[in-house]
Design a binder for this molecule. Structure first.
Ligand code: PHE
Length: 335
């Protein structure tokens, strides 16, 4: 009996979906709900159920009848509302398209960078976007009066809390909890109090890299970053290292590649120089090792950092950084 109830319930549920006209609805009613319909027949066989079972089965049957009646009544209402039975469906209506998602251009660039460094043995680490002065500046050997600490550049939340201005504080956080050898990249968001326009935004992404061990040299830095550049930008691209200054590395360098917009002849993008700066790097300053309690006599290391938006702008020929953050599908669906 229970199985019969289930079966009729299943049939009614399936058949009501096929009903699209008043005639069809009437056939449904006759099959299930009429005086000799399937539900009534089940009530008839209630006689054969053992007395002890009768209350339970009777209740189930009443529920079945209400359920099937409900299906019928709802469909009747739908048919009246849509006027079905009077009008055939409009076959000329355009179909409904489904939009396929795509990966954000920044995610694509980041995934590619991660893949290359992971293949070279780097692990991935991250740290907080709200930092304290010590991790963002002090431990990285920024002198107390360094201009980067100025309100002009840094979003301070209170006297000590700030939005990190670069991913370098994650270097400190990794070294605070691990001993060498270290080989990590640290992707993440960074914030700078800059005017928002086509070229700059108050938030962007960086990937930091850190390698610390005994006997790490500037040649290791060069070998690793050149391997990365060749893999990422192509094997025949020209690059150059130029000395620069960061408080947390010594010596420090910026890496430039030939401008691929103009092939090095000079254009608006490379400001007529023929070169694009893509990366800052250097040997970890012993003062940084001292902040995290590493023996600077024993260990050496290199670090690097690059901006993701800049790379994505150049790679996809995008001329406005704000497009990355507006979530306009007309832009995003192109990737
Ligand atoms: N943190 C530097 C910046 O934001 C980049 C950098 C990282 C340079 C690591 C050297 C070493 O510009």
């Amino acid at each position: 009996m229970d199985a019969d109830i289930q079966e009729i319930r299943g049939r009614a549920t399936a058949e009501i979906d096929q009903v699209s006209s008043p005639e069809g609805l009437d056939r449904f009613r006759v099959t299930f709900l009429a005086r000799k319909g399937l539900v009534a027949q089940l009530f008839e066989s209630l006689k054969t159920v053992p007395p002890a079972e009768k209350p339970r089965v009777g209740k189930a049957l009443n529920e079945l009848r209400e359920y099937v009646q409900g299906l019928h009544d709802r469909r009747a209402a739908d048919l009246t509302a849509s006027g079905a039975g009077r009008h055939a469906p409009d076959l000329t209506l355009p179909g409904r398209t489904r939009f396929a998602g795509s990966r954000h251009p920044l995610t694509r660039v980041l995934d590619e960078i991660k893949e290359i460094f992971v293949s070279m043995g780097f692990a991935i680490a991250d740290g907080p976007e709200i930092e304290d002065d010590y991790h963002n500046f002090g431990a990285l050997n920024f002198p107390p009066d360094h201009p980067a600490r100025d309100m002009q550049d840094t979003f301070f939340l209170d006297a000590n809390a700030l939005l990190r201005t670069h991913t370098s504080p994650v270097q400190i956080r990794v070294m605070e909890v691990m001993q060498p050898p270290i080989r990590h990249i640290m992707p993440g968001k960074v914030y700078r109090n800059e005017a928002i326009n086509a070229r700059s935004y108050c938030m962007f992404h960086q990937v930091e890299g850190l390698c610390v061990d005994r006997g790490v040299t500037f040649s290791d830095l060069k070998g690793t970053l050149i391997a990365f550049i060749k893999e990422f930008y192509g094997p025949s691209l020209k690059y150059r290292f130029r000395p620069t200054f960061f408080p947390f590395t010594e010596p420090s360098a910026d890496i430039y590649i030939t401008c691929f917009m103009c092939g090095g002849r000079g254009c608006r993008i490379c400001k007529q120089s023929g070169w694009l700066e893509i990366l800052g790097c250097g040997m970890v300053d012993p003062a940084v090792f001292r902040s995290v309690g590493y023996d600077a006599e024993r260990y050496t290391g290199y670090a690097f950092g690059m901006g993701i938006e800049r790379i994505a702008l150049l790679r996809y020929g995008i001329d406005d950084i704000r497009l990355f953050f507006q979530n306009d599908v007309r832009f995003l669906s192109q990737f």
